[in-house]
Write a protein that binds this ligand. Structure first.
Ligand SMILES: Cc1cc2nc3c(=O)[nH]c(=O)nc-3n(C[C@H](O)[C@H](O)[C@H](O)COP(=O)(O)OP(=O)(O)OC[C@H]3O[C@@H](n4cnc5c(N)ncnc54)[C@H](O)[C@@H]3O)c2cc1C
Length: 351
């Protein structure tokens, strides 16, 4: 029998960051993961942006999120001696006059100081009839690369098991859990949309959102910024960009489809004034909660069984901070902030 402090099920960005933070506290962790190719963290463009949405709202707790994001991803960069985290401003083109007016109001607001700049420059290659502004506090993470490096490391160290977790093989012990020939004091499920198959947590209501992205080649525009107008272009090197993404509710087949392709193409033609080539079309399902906030906490009945999910559209920015909140609950019994606590869904659980 192999003994661990924790078993983490799922290795998207949630499971990766949680397991890494636990290991940084000297916990012995086994990661169990079934790496389907289009899970959300691999498809994602990896952007983070504290000023989000058409209405330009500052994200809840953005200062804490940005600090934790920087500390965590930079410490991973030091561990691997490789860069993953790119701070890179976003040039956002106005789609209509209302957006211009909204920007003028926000730019005067002290709350947005340090985030927003007017951008009177003309950038070659873009259709910019109404001009643009700059968001300074944005960037992107090479999430696929980071997840693969962690997986290879843990695999080599005997801390990674590649399989679909078999719930019927999980036994509850007096002190913790047994899964096949592994025991652990605590188990944490970080399965993204896999939660719907999980008999312990499938009571949690999810509102999954399908997203499509292209990888495009476009030599005509610079790789120095994220470019945005109804669609974003994230510069991923070699003249390539991730271009996305769509939001669709209802059609939950994770495979790329014609509707997604059509929407992305239309939006690219509204933004770009230079030729581009589509290299790949990817899609995935975002694990979003009913109130679009993360879901973090302990199972209502089973002590030492936890959930980290609901990262929705902002997994890259949220994962480091919400993982820390969960670890606080697990080891020092600190309370999880009510906005993200699993408790808000306890009424859906059949006791
Ligand atoms: C098109 C698109 C673009 C996006 N762009 C961005 C972006 O720019 N910025 C951003 O912050 N977010 C973005 N997102 C959202 C982001 O991808 C998610 O918030 C985040 O990846 C969710 O991570 P996760 O680890 O919870 O889930 P996932 O990435 O889905 O990972 C879950 C893992 O658990 C595994 N698993 C599930 N069930 C089991 C089981 N029973 N046994 C073993 N393994 C299991 C899965 O195979 C997978 O490996 C985007 C999403 C999409 C679809």
């Amino acid at each position: 029998m192999k003994q661990f402090d924790c078993i983490v099920v799922g290795q998207g960005i949630a499971g990766s960051i949680l397991a890494y933070q636990l290991m940084s506290l000297q916990k012995k962790v086994l990661v169990i993961n079934n790496p389907i190719t289009n899970h959300s963290s691999v498809v994602a463009a990896g952007m983070f942006n504290p000023v989000s949405g058409k209405r330009m709202v500052l994200a809840w707790n953005w200062e804490k999120f940005l600090k934790e994001l920087t500390d965590t991803y930079q410490s991973l960069e030091s561990m691997f001696g490789e860069p993953f985290l790119n701070f890179c401003p976003t040039i956002q083109y106005f789609g209509n006059v209302k957006e211009q007016n909204d920007f003028s109001i926000k730019a005067e607001d002290a709350l947005f100081m340090g985030h927003l700049n007017a951008d009177p420059k003309k950038h070659f290659g873009f259709k910019d009839e109404l001009g643009a502004f700059e968001i300074l506090t944005t960037g992107w993470l090479q999430s696929e690369k980071l997840i693969k490096l962690l997986r290879n490391k843990w695999h080599a160290e005997g801390l990674y098991l590649e399989e679909a977790f078999e719930y019927k093989m999980l036994e509850t012990l007096d002190e913790g859990f047994q899964y096949k020939n592994h025991t652990a004091s605590k188990i944490i499920f970080c399965e993204g949309m896999g939660i719907t198959e999980n008999p312990y947590f499938n009571y949690v209501p999810m509102v999954p959102a399908k997203g499509d992205v292209f990888v495009i080649k476009c030599e005509g525009i610079p790789q120095t910024r994220i470019w945005k107008k109804g669609i974003y272009l994230v510069p991923i090197g070699n003249g390539q960009f991730k271009a996305g993404s769509t939001y669709r509710w209802g059609n939950l087949s994770p495979a790329p489809d014609e509707a997604g392709r059509k929407e992305l193409l239309e939006k690219l033609h509204l933004l770009l004034d230079v030729p581009f080539e589509i290299i790949k079309h990817l899609s995935g399902i975002r694990p979003a909660s009913k109130d679009r906030m993360p879901i973090v906490g302990e199972h209502p009945q089973l002590h030492n069984m936890y959930l980290l999910n609901g990262l929705g559209t902002k997994g890259i920015m949220w994962a480091p901070y919400v993982s820390k909140q969960l670890i606080g609950k697990m080891y020092t019994n600190t309370s999880i902030e009510k906005e993200i606590a699993l408790e808000r869904f306890h009424s859906a659980f059949q006791f």
